[in-house]
Design a binder for this molecule. Sequence first.
Ligand SMILES: [Fe+2]
Ligand SMILES: [Fe+2]
Length: 277
Amino acid sequence: MLIVAQLSDFHVRRPGQTAYGIDTNAMFERAIQGVLDMDPRPDCVVVSGDLTDCGLDEEYEYVLAGLRRLPMPVYVIPGNHDLRGPFVKILSRNFRYLPRAGYVNYCVEDYPLRIVALDSVIDGETGGRFCAERQAWLRDALARGKGKPTLIMIHHPPFPVAVNGMDTLGLQEASAFADIIQAHPEIERVVCGHYHRPITVRFAGTVGFAVPSVAHQVALDLRPGTSNRFIMEPPSFAIHTWRRDSGVVTHLMPIGNYGGPFDIVLAPEYPGLKSHV
Ligand SMILES: [Fe+2]
Ligand SMILES: [Fe+2]
């Protein structure tokens, strides 16, 4: 079985600084520890953008030092809070798969589940784009891996999520993106960050998924016309397992100690069941 951990939206600041009053650096460290504490550990980690809050060199240095604690391969893409220049300049010291110029698009071919990583960033804007150049790149990349189980990672969700505040910050050219995905039934998941909430949706013949942040979450607000506010719900990352018989199965992994695990021991008078479950 292949185990892929998806971490997202660290929003790391300069050492000693907070983001919106939140110690995102400490929460990032706890997320790294959460991955290290897993047994078995993931085979690789994918990071779906917003690694820093402001795109500063010092922030990337902090991110890199944290990610270096992970013994398994780590695959990163930028989000709207990243700046492509410093992101590549600093992270490519460790992550040599990162393209040195242009968009941060690449494929990982080392596992039975192929990973296709996409850059949806427009410098200086909150929303994302999937322009003609990126569309052409994805078409070529998917043609090369046709038939092989594939996980697509992109920061901006290319699907509406029924939350006004989020749906105004999504991906432009999402229908072009969906058309490309639709033509490839081997795509198991399109996994995203950006919305800081766990969201699952049917999308273009596959499953779309947005992962929570390892730091602050965005409050679920289904009232029309409202904007986003953050909330300190439990931070989480996702575990995507892949096996030939099950395909990709996605689990949510809260970060932190919530007690247990405890053995499930039923009371002797428990009705109906002959054995404990
Ligand atoms: Fe974010
Ligand atoms: Fe974002």
